[in-house]
Design a binder for this molecule. Structure first.
Ligand code: ADP
Length: 641
């Protein structure tokens, strides 16, 4: 389960705190180490707060034993020199009711000294740190069931004991036997021991309140509940416990929902049931079986998709790789499950999986099946689909720009809020088009941070008045997608922030300024603003506001510009076009000032103020101080007796 941790940069951190030698004889040297600060906090939390589901400690230890056994089984396909090549690939649990002790033994890959320091002694994922911080702040009790998600499952054992001993030997032929001991308080020790067999034994005495966990029936019950899918025999005091094994090899009709849910939790580390699943059994150009799940909830707020483990690869029921990146495109990496194929050799290496045409074919089929599944979900269970989209939309949408062969299908599955949906509800492009009038040629959108801000944007006024639907794009990902769509079902997709919009050419309102007055005023605007604007024009779209800024035909969407600015400090935004509303009383007043004296100071100040106010609206105002001092001057004039 923890291949990714090898990449974690934690080793330097630990080594700083590590290495106090307490005894110096060469063979049985006991080295004392201190836990990384974050881990101490986490341990404190586990010991003092986590109390629901303490039984998950057994799931975590069995799962680690199973991962380690999977790894050695894979290793043995190519390495004939592993330590104890004939060791049984099983997991042995010994429970002593009288002494209250428990031990879990595997004959897996084992651990090196480095593994003990860097994988057991450190918290690897940044998500975990955030999680700890949040928990510390909230002071609430949390569910022990959650901790496996954070890649620190091993420590759940400290919910049931005060001291743990790990005895381990790595499968490498020149490995050493090691003993690791810790009370989970702040330090651990490591010493060398004589250990002939490879693998790991974890031993501890249950604390008073956890004695139930050395009862056979209790252990058996926990294994049936959580570890049914482990692919190796599990023995309790020498007796084998029945397990389900490779679920994906069974007929669909032979698997019930409960088994599916448990299997999902087993492969995903999630503690909730999945939203849906696909069970594939493909025969033909490639042959594989797969059980793929869509989680019910979005990855946590601190999770990064690249850290999530997606699909596991098996070859002929033998585990080959965790988180096999070649089986899914990035935009579907939130899926969980297993794929098992007969078409690859057992000793397949990472390089081979990366370039294998078999993998490419499997991936294509999986993507196609997932999209069909989502299309059916959308049709038959729209609410579930909505939930899927609000959880995974930000990832899923990215497929539009990367998976060109499925682009049209993906576009149909997109969802957006619009001025015609309630807040929080979304529409598809298809539904938008079905609401369009016969002569309407364009699908409109506007983008911004959130719905409330967008709804106040002056550029929406015309569309509101005319009851024309506008998509409200609030997910930053939308900006990378929607403009590039260009059109949908023959309807052009356009930003309403762009000046080239064709709003219906009605007669000019009677209330508007006469043509000549308007032209003259526009001249003064242009003169005052100079090269700060691309152009000044009379607006056809404004209803209530006096002015608005729109993007010229070649400009970027304002939301896109904002992002460019965030990424590049010295990014120069393109000049915009200022539209003025000639029916607005303020504009009419300005026209009057202009008639009196085109050099009027107040007129110039108001023009600058209107322009900078519009910039402020676009979060693009360079100097708020100038804006404010000019406002004060204008108010002084307005209030003069
Ligand atoms: P996770 O299993 O989610 O990575 P854990 O805290 O349970 O997190 O385990 C940390 C790491 O310690 C594992 O990833 C693995 O490298 C190592 N480990 C734990 N138990 C064993 C074991 N029985 N055999 C070999 N390595 C183990």
């Amino acid at each position: 389960m923890a291949e990714s941790k090898a990449k974690s940069p934690k080793s330097s951190k630990t080594s700083k705190t590590a290495g106090k030698t307490t005894r110096k004889s060469s063979k049985s040297k006991v080295q004392k180490f201190e836990y990384q600060a974050e881990l101490k906090q986490l341990l404190h939390l586990i010991i003092h707060s986590l109390y629901t589901h303490p039984e998950i400690f057994l799931r975590e230890l069995i799962s680690n034993a199973s991962d380690a056994t999977n790894k050695v089984r894979f290793r043995m396909l190519t390495d004939k020199e592993v330590v104890s090549p004939d060791a049984k690939l099983n997991i042995e649990i010994t429970a002593d009711k009288d002494k209250g002790t428990l031990s879990i033994t595997d004959h897996g890959i084992g651990m090196t000294r480095e593994d003990l320091i860097n994988r057991i002694g450190t918290v690897a994922s940044s998500g975990t740190m955030e999680f700890i911080k949040q928990l510390k702040d909230s002071e609430q009790k949390i569910d022990g069931d959650m901790i496996g998600q954070f890649g620190v499952g091993f420590y759940s054992v400290f919910m049931v004991t005060d001291q743990v001993t790990i005895e381990t030997r790595h499968a490498d032929k020149d490995s050493e036997g090691l003993r690791w001991v810790s009370d989970g308080q702040g330090t651990f020790t490591i010493e060398t021991i004589d250990k002939v067999e490879r693998g790991t034994t974890i031993t501890f005495e249950l604390n008073e309140k956890s004695r139930e966990f050395c009862e056979d029936h209790r252990i058996e019950h926990i294994i049936n509940k959580y570890s049914n899918f482990v692919d190796f025999p599990i023995l309790l005091n020498g007796k084998e416990i029945n397990r389900v094994g490779a679920l994906w090899h069974r007929q669909k009709s032979e698997i019930n929902d409960e088994e599916l849910n448990e299997f999902y939790k087993f492969v995903s580390n999630d503690y909730q049931n999945p939203l849906g699943h696909l069970h594939l059994s493909i025969e033909g150009a490639v042959n594989f079986k797969a059980l793929i799940f869509i989680p019910d909830t979005a990855p946590g707020p601190f999770a990064r998709l690249e850290d999530e483990k997606s699909l596991q690869l098996y070859v002929k029921k033998i585990f080959i790789q965790d988180d096999c990146k070649e089986l899914l495109p990035d935009y579907l990496r939130f899926l969980k499950g297993v794929v098992d194929t007969e078409d690859l050799p057992l000793n397949v290496s990472r390089e081979v999986t990366q370039n294998s045409p078999v993998m490419a074919k499997i991936k294509n089929i999986i993507v196609g099946k997932i999209l069909s599944y989502l299309e059916t979900l959308e049709k038959n269970e729209p609410e579930k689909f909505e939930k899927f989209f609000s959880n995974f939309g930000p990832y899923f949408k990215m497929g539009i720009n990367t998976d060109f062969s499925n682009r049209d299908r993906l576009i149909k599955l997109l969802r957006f809020e619009s001025t015609f949906t309630e807040a929080g509800k979304q529409t598809s492009l298809e539904k938008y088009v079905s609401r369009m009038g016969e002569d309407d040629k364009e699908i409109f959108y506007i983008s911004g941070e959130n719905r409330a801000t967008l709804e106040r944007n002056p550029n929406l006024e015309y569309f509101k008045k005319k009851e024309i639907e506008v998509l409200l794009l609030t997910d930053p990902a939308d900006i990378f997608i929607v403009p590039s769509l260009n059109e949908f079902e023959g309807k052009a997709i356009k930003s309403i922030d762009k000046a080239d919009i064709e709003v219906s050419d009605e007669e000019r309102s009677e209330e508007a300024l006469a043509d000549n007055l308007s032209t003259s005023l526009i001249e003064i605007f242009k003169e005052t603003l100079g090269d700060r604007v691309e152009d000044v024009i009379e607006s056809k779209r404004l209803v209530d506001s006096a002015v608005t800024l729109v993007v010229g035909a070649n400009g970027l969407d304002p939301q896109m510009e904002r992002m460019m600015k965030m990424m590049q400090k010295d990014y120069q935004s393109a000049k915009k076009i200022l539209e003025i509303n000639t029916t607005h009383p303020l504009i009419k007043n300005l026209s009057r000032l202009n008639l009196g004296d085109s050099k009027d100071q107040l007129l110039r100040q108001c023009i600058l103020q209107l322009f900078e106010g519009a910039q402020l609206m676009d979060a693009d105002l360079a100097s708020p101080t100038d804006f404010l001092s000019r406002m004060t001057e204008i108010m002084v004039k307005a209030t003069e007796g």
